[in-house]
Design a protein around this ligand. Structure first.
Ligand code: ZN
Length: 297
């Protein structure tokens, strides 16, 4: 006669069998279609219990934990599984509802909150660059724009976030992605021609960039014009190359320190002129990417 324990094991196996059989019924083609669809969608997990692991020895959100060792969620597998975002949960067991238990639960919640903050602070560049790009798009995207334009912007935002995933989040990537964001918004500065006479600019020298007119002036048109930003034509050409390249290859474009510094100045002034204010995430990102301690948020 089978024992109760044996019966429950048989029952559990019987209940699981149809599920696992069902799970392997998808063909490779069906799975590929489902995966392609998920890549196009924004996938959010409304309840990530991962913060419970932040305080555990050996857990690092940036490292892959295969076979769910320590956690089901980490950054490499979030990228691989096309999880675009989620909500970190602060889970606290309910105690006996005494005053002492309430205090212990409060402390536990605060501790978890602190661990989430520490996780963000330990990986700031990627999060800061992603936030900055989304804030820029959010501020400059047209209110009530045509659906086709908003869809294009949305697709750009997803592609830009994936580029932040794939490359090292540094000042160079920031400059190229910022330029691409302005381009996606229809606000890209002119980079190749004089904005007054339309002549293509050639050579290696410096020209004046007129922020208000949105581009460079040739020597003839720029003579006597005050308040322009001096910039090397090589810098403008480098930025132009960044406009033509696939977003996921931007990390491979070289940009020397002097060129990067000029590009940064141009984009900062151009963006400030058109935006009319400083983005909330800007100073924080500036600090992170320059290696300085960012101001308290
Ligand atoms: Zn000109």
């Amino acid at each position: 006669m089978p024992s109760l324990r044996h019966l429950s094991v048989v029952l559990a196996v019987a209940l699981c069998a149809p599920l696992s059989a069902h799970a392997i019924e998808f063909s490779a083609e069906e799975l590929a279609r489902a995966k392609a669809l998920q890549q196009r969608l924004v996938t959010l997990d409304s309840h990530l219990d991962t913060p419970a692991n932040f305080g555990r020895t050996g857990f690092d959100i940036e490292q892959r934990h295969d076979r769910n060792a320590l956690s089901q969620v980490d950054y490499p597998r979030m990228v691989e599984g096309a999880l675009d975002g989620g909500f970190w949960a602060i889970y606290t067991d309910q105690g006996d509802r005494s005053a002492a238990a309430h205090l212990a639960e409060r402390d536990h919640g605060l501790q978890r909150l602190l661990e989430i903050r520490e996780m963000l602070a330990a990986n700031p560049a990627r999060f800061a660059l992603a936030s900055y790009l989304l804030e820029l798009l959010g501020r400059l995207a047209p209110e009530g724009g045509a659906p086709v334009d908003l869809k294009r912007l949305f697709e750009f935002a997803l592609a830009a976030l994936r580029a932040v995933d794939a490359a090292t989040p540094d000042a160079k990537l920031r400059a190229f992605l910022e330029l691409r964001a302005l381009h996606a918004l229809g606000l890209c500065p002119e980079l190749a021609r004089c904005v007054r006479c339309g002549r293509a600019l050639a050579g290696e020298g410096r020209v004046g960039f007129h922020v208000g007119e949105g581009g460079p002036l040739c020597a003839a048109c720029g003579a006597g014009v005050e308040g322009v930003l001096p910039i090397h034509l090589g810098t403008l050409r480098s930025l132009e190359r960044g406009l033509r390249l696939d977003l996921d290859r931007l990390g491979r474009l070289a940009l020397g320190p002097a060129t990067l510094s000029e590009a940064r100045e141009l984009l900062a002034r151009f963006q400030r002129f058109h935006l009319g204010l400083e983005l909330r995430s800007q100073r924080f990102l500036d600090g992170i990417l320059s290696g300085a301690t960012p101001p308290a948020a």
